[in-house]
Write a protein that binds this ligand. Structure first.
Ligand code: IMP
Ligand code: MG
Length: 193
């Protein structure tokens, strides 16, 4: 195959190393349900959605548009996974919130809770800052590798199997965040495919 026809035949969204788990429509429907629930539960409260970068950016964008309330957003960045697919257990704050959460009702918006190490540490940090309440919304819940078993996810998009998943904000070494669906990486060792 020539370089040009190879390029034309390849699209990221039909990559052969991906197996679709939830498609775009299923995701939109589920997020709307979560948004409706949050809208009912936070009426009249000062709500801040705290997005954990980078993985939760697409979930945040859809979730906030499904919540019919006055709200604000803020961002944090923590590192836990370095460049591969293995948890290091370390949590480092790379970017902190821009505004105080004192007296506010906070929902932490995450892409996935896996071992729960990142989130437990982050919740401990936020807990010390005087918020009126802190709850957790995670787009995906991967319960099998959970180490922090006491961690409660208040709003869960989907429960996924103990496989490496990508898309809809979740990456593998920086790649695949732009997929409009959630997919299992069939062969995580073969990310070049
Ligand atoms: P945890 O500390 O093990 O709960 O996971 C922390 C972070 O690891 C998540 O917020 C994700 O950014 C990343 N992560 C965990 N599992 C996956 C996965 O299956 N695909 C992509 N990223 C993941
Ligand atoms: Mg994350």
């Amino acid at each position: 195959m020539s370089a040009e026809s190879k390029q034309a035949a390849f699209t990221e969204f039909t990559n052969s190393n991906l197996e679709v788990l939830y498609d775009h429509e299923q995701i939109q429907n589920r997020i709307q349900e979560l948004g409706n629930q949050i809208t009912r539960e936070y009426a009249g409260k000062e709500l801040v959605l705290v997005s954990v970068l980078k993985g939760s950016c697409i979930f945040l964008a859809d979730l906030m548009r499904s919540i019919d309330l006055e709200l604000t957003i803020d961002f944090m960045a923590v590192s836990s996974y370095k460049d591969g697919t293995k948890s290091t257990g370390d949590v480092e704050i790379l970017k902190d919130l821009s505004n105080s959460i004192r007296g506010k009702h906070v929902i932490v918006v995450e892409d996935i809770v896996d071992t729960g190490l990142t989130l437990s540490r982050l919740l401990e940090i936020l807990d010390s800052r005087g918020a009126a309440s802190i709850r957790l919304a995670s787009f995906l819940d991967k319960p099998e590798p959970r180490i922090k078993t006491g961690l409660k996810i208040d709003y869960t998009g989907f429960v996924v199997p103990n496989k490496f998943v990508v898309g809809y904000g979740l990456d593998a070494a920086g790649r695949y965040r732009n997929l409009p669906f959630i997919a299992i990486v069939k062969n995580p060792a073969d990310l070049e495919v």
